[in-house]
Design a protein around this ligand. Structure first.
Ligand code: ATP
Ligand code: MN
Ligand code: MN
Length: 301
């Protein structure tokens, strides 16, 4: 009799006709990850990444010669991305209009990689409702020298304080040093109100626990503290998107985690591009069921 093996199909990249050139080019010299592998990573993760990163203005960290060489942050389209990367005209503060980029499918993500992209950062609102964010993000930036333990404790503290206000929040490992506390919102309040809430919330925490937190970006004031970066919550600001790779040593990725998983982690760079299979399994697994989803309005604060 034939042996029955409970075999799990290996994750396959979602099909796309986008041509990736120079697949063998090493993009992460520290971990030998090539442009082809990065393209396959995004194609494979597209299904779980696009609900978070699709349909919203994005900024790209492009490093055409790899992460160890020159990288640049790109917000606007120079017209060179082709059909899979869409444009959305957005009115700027000065009254002018600029075309921002967004993607909505695998081809869009892979085209960006073809153009040298490593990181995908996104707005807190979608292109069909630009003025009403569907996400608020508190980016916890620990001072150098602070350990991940302090950062984790800070994230949990924010979660608890948000819960006091009736808001459910979720933890995202940045893939770098910090944790982002993500608050899904039903798009309703406009940017100024969301920013004002985030600003006052961050300041209130910094006032309540001045030894641990600071709500101003000044590096000198951060000494031994965690900066609660609430400025991700203004119109035009971006934050790293879930499952985006980071242009940092080891090719780490921004990874959603449950609050109970966070307790046992000792780094914000726990998963990397090479962990694609595990990331995909996690994304569809029980620990992350419902991650990032909540129908909730900003309370008065
Ligand atoms: P870490 O956990 O290491 O802090 P991070 O993604 O939170 O990782 P930050 O430096 O705290 O990194 O985030 C700054 C945010 O500002 C980024 O998420 C990004 O969206 C945005 N940003 C980064 N580089 C630029 C840039 N050159 N110009 C404008 N905005 C940028
Ligand atoms: Mn940060
Ligand atoms: Mn920051």
């Amino acid at each position: 009799a034939r042996e029955v093996v409970a075999e799990r199909a290996a994750p396959v990249p979602a099909p796309t006709t986008v041509k990736v050139t120079n697949r063998e080019r090493v993009i992460f010299p520290d971990s030998d990850i090539t442009k082809g592998q990065l393209a396959d990573y995004y194609a494979t993760m597209a299904g779980v990444m696009l609900p978070w990163a699709g349909h919203r203005p994005i900024s790209l960290v492009r490093c055409p010669q790899g992460r160890a060489r020159a990288c640049f942050f790109q917000k606007h389209d120079a017209g060179s991305f082709g059909d899979a990367v869409h444009q959305v005209p957005i009115r700027e503060k000065d009254g002018s209009t600029e075309n921002y980029l967004y993607v909505d499918d695998t081809a869009g993500l892979v085209t960006c990689v073809q153009m040298g992209t490593i990181e995908f950062h996104g707005w807190g609102s979608r292109v069909d409702a630009l003025e009403t964010p569907d996400r608020m993000v508190f980016d916890l930036d620990p001072d150098e020298g602070l350990g991940f333990e302090e950062t984790k404790r800070a994230a949990v503290y924010l979660k608890e304080q948000l819960a006091e206000l009736g808001l459910i929040s979720f933890a995202l490992l940045s893939g770098g040093k910090g944790v982002h506390v993500v608050v899904p919102l039903t798009p309703d309040a406009e940017w100024p109100r969301v920013k004002d809430f985030a600003d006052r919330f961050a300041r209130a925490l910094a006032q309540a626990e001045p030894e641990r937190f600071v709500a101003v970006a000044t590096k000198a004031k951060r000494k031994g503290r965690i900066f609660i970066d609430y400025l991700r919550n203004q119109r035009g600001a971006t934050a790293i998107m879930p499952y985006a790779a980071r242009a940092r040593p080891g090719a780490p990725v921004a990874a959603p985690v449950s609050w109970s998983e966070l307790r046992d982690l000792d780094t914000a760079a726990r998963w990397s591009v090479g962990d694609m299979d595990a990331l995909l399994e996690r994304a569809n697994g029980r620990a992350l069921a419902g991650w990032g989803v909540a129908d909730q309005l900003l309370p008065d604060f």
